[in-house]
Write a protein that binds this ligand. Structure first.
Ligand SMILES: [Cu+2]
Length: 463
């Protein structure tokens, strides 16, 4: 194993910036040799919740110093600099430079390995910022927005101690996370990887993951720019923690069986693949030498309820409805169903020409689409019986995630699982679909009635 240590100083940083092969000069302390012994240093780190982290001035100072140092190194091929990680996640141009193929533009979203890929990404970035911070025990904090939905204060003050606050980022649109879902944590969600049916990785990616991106908005609200905002790391550490918490919660929850082909995947985070890890290594944070202060799954507060069905603003024709505009005010569209679709109780809802307005592009909100919400508020525990899915600036910024249609995206939601649950809960099969769009979040400076999104056409098709 070839391990090197690297001590950050301004002189060596300058030397690195000029180095033509910076990867070779930098190795995260605990990683090396084909990723075979990821926790080789034997050192163990604990990622703390942001409130506890923020109460320790030494940790906050180290985080600030690390971000500032990494931002100071502009060369994109230098892994000691911020841009390397920004481009590793996503290349806004869509085309990584040929010499960085396989390292840049690698993030996994809306597909299998969303969680393992990001776990490795966090891990190697954390090694980089630990060095940059000058604090050898530094570990990234996580933000548990289920406990405190307000953007943590260390990220929101433009200045700190009379100087610029490196954790502050001006391109954000909202500060409070709302309507985060609990479906991913239900005991009935026992399958892990992205795939058919309801799986933990899929549900968690959609909500809370996408919704937190959406509701922070600005840079975080688009896949291509999310890593610009330092809050990205605390959000993703929480997503990463929820994976650990899901495994720790036990019950029927299971990672794929050992023989499953799912395990035959690995990811590299640099060119010579000395920073690589396979899915097996990534499946347990102990292999990576860290854990989390708290491994409990979020629990909905007692008495929490779903929204009551919003007022009906439009009635469609059989199996369809025409253009509607969306604001922060929740709305319901009533769509009559033809006999066979109504009887089957299983269909898809297709939103065509779904797009954000100029104001909507700033983000700060997310929409949940509900089917047949009762007029009076049902308990939040019944969420999965009415919730069809969500969308916002983050998912709409991934063209491959939704299809394209004339004026925007084509987004499909299956109503099968929700309708099945409605029936089992004693609700009658509907003769018309009451489709509700409920906006969550608090986009700053956005009037309640300002147009944020539009849909050209809604169609109901047999599943
Ligand atoms: Cu993300």
């Amino acid at each position: 194993m070839n391990r090197r240590t690297f001590v950050l100083s301004s002189a060596s940083a300058a030397a690195l910036a000029a180095c033509s092969a910076p990867n070779a000069a930098f190795a995260p302390g605990s990683v090396g040799g084909n990723g075979m012994r990821l926790a080789a240093s034997g050192k163990h780190f604990q990622r703390l919740e942001i409130a506890e982290f923020s109460a320790n001035p030494k940790l906050v100072a180290a985080f600030r110093a690390g971000v500032a140092a990494m931002r100071g190194l502009k060369m994109m091929r230098n892994p000691k600099g911020w841009n390397y990680w920004f481009y590793s996640h996503w290349m806004p141009s869509g085309k990584p430079p040929a010499d960085m193929a396989g390292v840049f533009d690698q993030c996994r979203h809306a597909q299998s390995y969303f969680l393992p890929w990001h776990r490795g990404f966090l891990y190697f970035f954390e090694s980089a910022i630990r060095e940059a911070s000058g604090y050898p025990d530094f570990a990234l904090p996580y933000w548990d927005y289920y406990k405190n939905p307000n953007l943590p204060a260390i990220f929101t003050a433009p200045t700190a101690g009379g100087a610029q606050n490196p954790l502050y980022w001006s391109d954000r649109a909202g500060k409070v996370m709302k309507g985060l879902k609990f479906s991913a944590f239900a005991d009935s969600v026992t399958t892990f990887p992205w795939g058919p049916g309801e799986t933990f990785e899929d549900l968690l990616e959609h909500n809370p993951h996408n919704d937190v991106h959406d509701q922070i908005g600005g840079s975080m609200g688009r896949v291509r720019t999310a890593v610009a905002d330092p809050i990205f790391w605390t959000h993703h550490c929480n997503i990463d923690r929820l994976w650990s918490a899901w495994v720790a919660a036990g019950g029927q929850r299971k990672m794929p069986p050992p023989v499953d082909l799912w395990w035959k995947e690995d990811f590299a985070y640099n060119l010579d693949r000395s920073w690589s890890a396979n899915v097996k290594q990534l499946s347990d944070t102990r292999n990576l030498g860290y854990d989390y202060a708290d491994l409990s799954l979020p629990v909905a507060p007692a008495g929490a309820a779903l929204p009551a069905r919003p007022a009906t603003v439009a009635t469609g024709v059989t199996n369809g409805a025409s253009a509607i505009g969306l604001t922060m005010e929740p709305v319901t569209v009533e769509i009559p169903l033809d006999e066979s679709i109504a009887r089957s109780g299983s269909f898809e809802v297709i939103l065509d020409g779904l797009r954000l307005s100029e104001l909507g592009e700033r983000g700060g909100f997310s929409y949940t689409v509900y089917a047949n919400l009762p007029e009076t508020r049902a308990p939040l525990a019944m969420e999965s019986a009415f919730d069809l899915g969500e969308f916002g600036s983050f998912s709409l910024s991934m063209p491959h995630m939704s299809g394209m249609s004339l004026n925007g995206a084509r987004v499909r939601f299956s109503a099968k699982a929700a309708l099945g649950r409605q029936e089992r809960s004693g609700f009658r099969k509907p003769h018309s679909l009451l489709l509700s769009f409920v906006a969550y979040g608090e986009p700053e400076g956005v009037p309640r009635n300002a147009r944020l999104a539009a849909i050209d056409r809604i169609s109901i098709v047999p599943a």
